[in-house]
Design a protein. Sequence first.
Length: 252
Amino acid sequence: MSIDRRSLLAGIGALAIARPACAVAPAPLVLAAASLQESMNAAANAWARKGHARPILSFAGSSALARQVASGAPADLFLSADEPWMDYVQQRGLLMPGSRVPFLGNRLVVVQSAGAPRIAANVPLARVLAQGRIAMADVEAVPAGRYGKAALGRLGLWNSVQSRVVRAENVRAALALVERGAAEWGIVYATDARTSRRVRAFRMFPANSHLAIRYPVARLKASRSLDAEPLRRFLVSREGKAIFARFGFQPL
């Protein structure tokens, strides 16, 4: 064997040995509820700063994401804005056993345009919502919409407002309707209201007017990224939850 050939083979061998130490695992694909946009991007940046590939993030209503998973979407993690849509995925045998964890809470608020006249805090909600359009995420499927419908029903207001509800694809779309004046009122998460300077939170719904808002995270059986499980553990760790807390979420 010539010296050049031996040198070439030795070089290839050295590369093969060195590669595992410097290779970066493929970036996980994360399907996350629309209300997690800012917080999940911040968490993804923090993860990348630790030397990992930055996760690929896809945001939509939890109902749409759960159906994507059920249709075979090749994702790694699913973060839902409620337990029922995670149940939907789990009942189809699509979650990695033992990976499901409820890790965040939220609150529901009524918002109005930041430019609208202020209304005294002691004015009953029934009087406030007696007129005008009310933007809500789809009340039959999307968690924020279902929580909102339940809250209005518990307060005895749903029957009087339902004809004026403008249904949106997800909670961020509902927020956008209020921002651009297409609806006078909106029902969104408290964390959504914090993201916009064009709306202000008017009234927080009583916590007992709807089911507790809980965001679970789970790894999917379709997961192929070696970083998926470490990322999941990071998100539910004290460090990970602290990131979401900065955006107004309540760590569980």
